[in-house]
Ligand binder design. Structure first.
Ligand code: SF4
Length: 352
């Protein structure tokens, strides 16, 4: 596993790299300078399981808000900077736990040096981020277009720029909305560096397409042992990003946590509103602080009980009612309208 051999980088009180658990990140979509709204969103993200949060810092007001936001939250805050190196410095002076910059777009070497000097003074990690969309012209020409090789070379050039300033407290991210290019770029990069990698598929799309693209892209990259921290990018509520990231990591066996819901696809035998019920169950379990429990929501008494027995608790639908199955045993019949509340009650009083 590449991730077992990456360098460890400390972000606030969290550690990424060197075989640490893969951490989940997301990004606020409030105006960062609106302290109330930004802190409220971060608290919702924390509750959903976010480990590290990033907020854009496009102006001095936003940089100054960092200190206030940090007083109200419990996870490390990363400042996302584009173009203005002074914002990177201000963000660090106001308590950012990490900054994310593309050294290629914050101006001269002197600007990069000024940022690195403050980072070094305060031992603040820098995430060097490169996107396929902003690949330098000479690399596009060298590789005959935007390619995985070009993205990697661009990222390593930026890393070298910072290493030459005698600073190595770094994380690298390379992003592309082209899933296959993104996978290839990570494979190449992981061979060439031992800095921890922040992995994501950029501009992945809406909840539906973003989840599919991220599952394929991140799923393959993570399965290959690459990636120390991830963000699932979705056009939607960032809480959904965190939920998707958790499910992705849990499915790959990389993180534990939360209740897993399995449900059958329904067929002509289904005689209850199983689709509605499965969605309600999934939403209901999100708030229950149990780990490693599997809940089965099955549509009928033919195959349902068998599948539900494999889970810790489950229901198998009948006509206007369902069987409640717990640890392999049929416990009782429950009217359809009570299935959700009975299941919730069982989980709230769960004894391992
Ligand atoms: S569990 Fe029953 S209802 Fe669900 S798909 Fe299988 S046979 Fe159909």
């Amino acid at each position: 596993m590449y991730r077992d051999h990456t360098r460890q980088v400390k972000i606030g009180d969290r550690v990424i790299g060197g075989g640490s658990p893969v951490l989940i990140q997301s990004m606020t979509n409030t105006r960062t300078e609106d302290v109330e709204a930004t802190a409220a969103q971060i608290l919702r993200l924390e509750e959903a399981g976010c480990d590290i949060i990033r907020s854009t810092v496009p102006n001095m007001e936003a940089a100054k808000a960092i200190g206030e936001i940090k007083k109200r939250i419990h996870i490390p805050l990363v400042a996302d900077i584009h173009f203005d190196y002074k914002m990177a410095i201000a963000a660090m002076e106001n308590g950012a736990d990490k900054i994310r910059i593309n050294p290629g777009n914050i101006g001269s070497k002197e600007n990069v040096a000024a940022v690195v000097s403050v980072a070094k003074e305060r031992n603040i990690p820098i995430r060097v981020g490169v996107n396929s969309g902003s690949l330098e012209r000479q690399l596009v020409e060298k590789y005959g277009g935007v390619t995985a090789e070009g993205i990697v070379e661009s990222a390593l050039d930026k890393v070298k720029m910072i290493e030459d300033l005698d600073y190595t407290n770094l994380v690298i991210s390379i992003k592309s909305s082209d899933v296959l290019m993104c996978i290839k770029a990570h494979e190449i990069l992981a061979e060439k560096t031992d800095y921890p990698l922040h992995v994501g598929i950029t501009e992945a799309g809406t909840l539906w397409s973003g989840n599919i693209k991220s599952s394929i892209g991140l799923g393959i990259i993570l399965y290959e042992g690459i990636g120390d921290t991830i963000r699932v990018s979705l056009t939607g509520d960032p809480v959904e990003e965190v939920r998707s990231a958790r499910l992705l990591l849990r499915t790959l066996g990389l993180r534990k946590g939360g209740i897993e819901v399995v449900s059958c696809p329904t067929c002509g035998r289904t005689k209850i509103d199983l689709i509605g019920l499965a969605n309600q169950v999934e939403a209901m379990v999100a708030d229950i602080p149990l780990d490693g429990i599997k809940v089965a929501v099955m549509g009928c008494a033919v195959n349902g009980p068998g599948e539900a027995r494999e889970a810790d608790i489950g229901i198998a639908g009948g006509v206007g009612e369902g069987l409640l199955i717990k640890k392999g045993e049929i416990i009782r019949k429950v009217p359809e309208e009570d299935l959700l509340s009975v299941l919730r009650d069982e989980l709230l009083h769960w004894e391992a």
